[in-house]
Design a protein around this ligand. Structure first.
Ligand SMILES: Cc1cc2nc3c(=O)[nH]c(=O)nc-3n(C[C@H](O)[C@H](O)[C@H](O)COP(=O)(O)OP(=O)(O)OC[C@H]3O[C@@H](n4cnc5c(N)ncnc54)[C@H](O)[C@@H]3O)c2cc1C
Length: 384
C-alpha cells in the first residue's frame, strides 16, 4: 500500500471546488496550521453569493438543505450528524456574536444581520404507509443507544405526541392536510445553504485561505505529474487552469468533477400577502420527506418551510437523471416528467391549499448530486 505523508505546514495545497466540502476542508486545514492553501472554482462566488438561481453545477448553491440525525442503521452518518449539529450551533452563535458586537455587521455581503444558518424546525420523515419502515425503527433504536433519548417522536404514539406538545413542536407531527405516519427527528431542521457557504467563505478568507473564483482563472483543466519519478504510481505536482497557467502543489484535493446523478427541484412562490406565508413559516412547519424509501419512482419527496423570499421548495429523488438531454441552448436542465407528475400529485393530495390560493409550481431545476451511485461518499487518493 502506498504511504502518503502529510505535507509540511507551509507547503502549497490546492483545493479544487469551493462548494461546502472545499470550503470546509480549507477551514479545517487552516485551523490545523496549514498556511499556503488556495481554492479554485470556476464560479465567481464573490458575485453570485452561492445563489441557487445562478449555479446549477454546484450542489451547495441552494436555498436550503435538510439536516437530520435519522440515518437508520447507518450510524456512521448519525455520528457525523451529531458532530455537524454542534458545529452548526457554534456557527449560529458565532454569527450572532459578530452581529451583537457589531463586527462584520455590514461586512458579510449576502447575510442579513440576525440570520441563523441552521434553523432547528425539526425533520419529519413520513409516508402514507400504515406501519413504520425498518429504517425508522433502526433510527429510534440507534439514537437511543447513542444516548439521544426522546429525540425521535412517533407521530401517532400518545406519549410522543405529549412530549412534542410540551416542547412546542406539535405543529411538526402532522404538517399536511392529510394524515401521514412518521417520525419527527427533533434534532433536525434545515440550513440556509447559500448563506452557510457565504459564511464559510468569509471564515476561510479570515484564516488566510486564498480563493481564485473565476470562470477562466479558477477553472481546473488538467493535472501536472512528477515526470522525474520512475515509480508506477504517478504523483500529482500541479494543476493547470483555463488560462493555461500551472499552479504547483504538494497536495491537490478535488471536491468537484464527480457529478453522477441529478435530482429534480420545484419551487412555488408564496406572495407576502398570503396567509400561507405564516402557515408554512419555519416556526410552524418542519423540514420533511415523504415516501422516501420503498416507494421507488412514485416516492422520494422532500421539502422545506417557506423561505424569507416566499419560496416554498420541494425536491424529488424517486428517479434521478443520469443522462439528461441537451436543450436548444446547450444546457441540460429539464426535469423528468415523472418528477413533475409525482410532485403535482403530492401537492393535490397533501397541500391543496396552495392550489386553492392560486399558487402553483413556478420553476423547476435539475441539480447535480456529487455523491456516488449508491448515495454514499467516496474519499480516496487517485490513483489509489
Ligand atoms: C438536489 C439536491 C438536494 C440535496 N439536498 C440535500 C439536503 O437536503 N441535505 C444535505 O445534507 N445534502 C443535500 N444534498 C447534498 C449536498 O448538497 C452535497 O453533498 C454538497 O453540496 C456537495 O458539496 P461539494 O462541495 O462536494 O460539491 P458542490 O457544491 O457541487 O461543489 C463543487 C464545486 O466544483 C466547482 N467546479 C466544477 N468543475 C470545476 C472545474 N473544472 N474547475 C473549478 N471548479 C469546478 C463547481 O462550480 C462547484 O462550486 C443535495 C444535493 C442535491 C443535488
Amino acid at each position: 500500500m502506498t504511504q502518503h505523508l502529510p505535507p509540511s505546514k507551509d507547503s502549497p495545497i490546492i483545493i479544487v471546488g469551493a462548494g461546502v466540502f472545499g470550503l470546509s476542508t480549507s477551514i479545517h486545514l487552516a485551523q490545523r496550521g496549514y498556511t499556503n492553501i488556495t481554492v479554485f472554482d470556476s464560479k465567481p462566488y464573490d458575485e453570485t453569493l452561492y445563489s441557487y438561481f445562478d449555479s446549477c453545477d454546484s450542489a451547495s448553491s441552494d436555498i436550503n438543505k435538510i439536516i437530520r440525525s435519522a440515518y437508520g442503521s447507518q450510524t456512521e452518518y448519525q455520528d457525523l450528524s451529531t458532530e455537524a449539529l454542534s458545529a452548526w450551533a457554534a456557527w449560529n452563535a458565532e454569527l450572532k456574536a459578530a452581529n451583537d458586537n457589531n463586527h462584520d455587521r455590514d461586512g458579510i455581503k449576502g447575510i442579513t444581520p440576525n440570520s441563523s444558518l441552521f434553523i432547528p424546525n425539526g425533520y419529519l420523515n413520513c409516508s402514507d404507509s400504515t406501519t413504520l419502515p425498518d429504517f425508522e425503527i433502526a433510527t429510534i433504536e440507534n439514537m437511543e443507544k447513542a444516548g439521544k433519548h426522546g429525540t425521535q417522536l412517533i407521530n401517532n404514539k400518545q406519549a410522543d405526541i405529549q412530549l412534542a406538545s410540551q416542547r412546542g413542536v406539535e405543529y411538526a407531527l402532522q404538517p399536511f392536510n392529510k394524515e401521514v405516519l412518521g417520525v419527527l427527528d427533533t434534532t433536525g431542521g434545515h440550513v440556509l445553504a447559500d448563506k452557510a457557504c457565504i459564511f464559510a467563505l468569509h471564515k476561510a478568507k479570515k484564516l488566510g485561505v486564498r480563493f481564485i473564483l473565476d470562470p477562466v482563472l479558477g477553472k481546473f483543466t488538467s493535472f501536472g505529474y512528477d515526470s522525474s519519478s520512475n515509480s508506477t504510481t504517478k504523483t500529482i505536482t500541479s494543476i493547470t487552469t483555463a488560462d493555461k497557467k500551472h499552479h504547483a502543489a504538494s497536495l491537490v484535493v478535488i471536491y468537484s468533477l464527480c457529478e453522477t446523478t441529478a435530482g429534480s427541484v420545484f419551487m412555488l412562490h408564496i406572495p407576502e400577502s398570503s396567509p400561507l406565508r405564516q402557515r408554512f413559516h419555519h416556526s410552524q412547519f418542519p423540514s420533511w420527506s415523504f415516501n422516501m424509501r420503498e416507494h421507488g419512482a412514485d416516492g422520494g419527496l422532500y421539502g422545506f418551510p417557506v423561505d424569507e423570499n416566499g419560496i416554498f421548495k420541494i425536491g424529488y429523488r424517486g428517479t434521478k437523471y443520469t443522462n439528461p438531454q441537451q436543450q436548444s441552448d446547450g444546457q441540460e436542465r429539464s426535469v423528468p416528467e415523472q418528477a413533475h407528475k409525482v410532485v403535482a400529485k403530492f401537492l393535490d393530495e397533501y397541500l391543496p391549499e396552495l392550489d386553492n390560493s392560486g399558487i402553483h409550481i413556478s420553476e423547476s431545476r435539475l441539480c447535480w448530486y456529487t455523491d456516488s451511485f449508491d448515495n454514499h461518499y467516496v474519499i480516496d487518493y487517485v490513483p489509489g
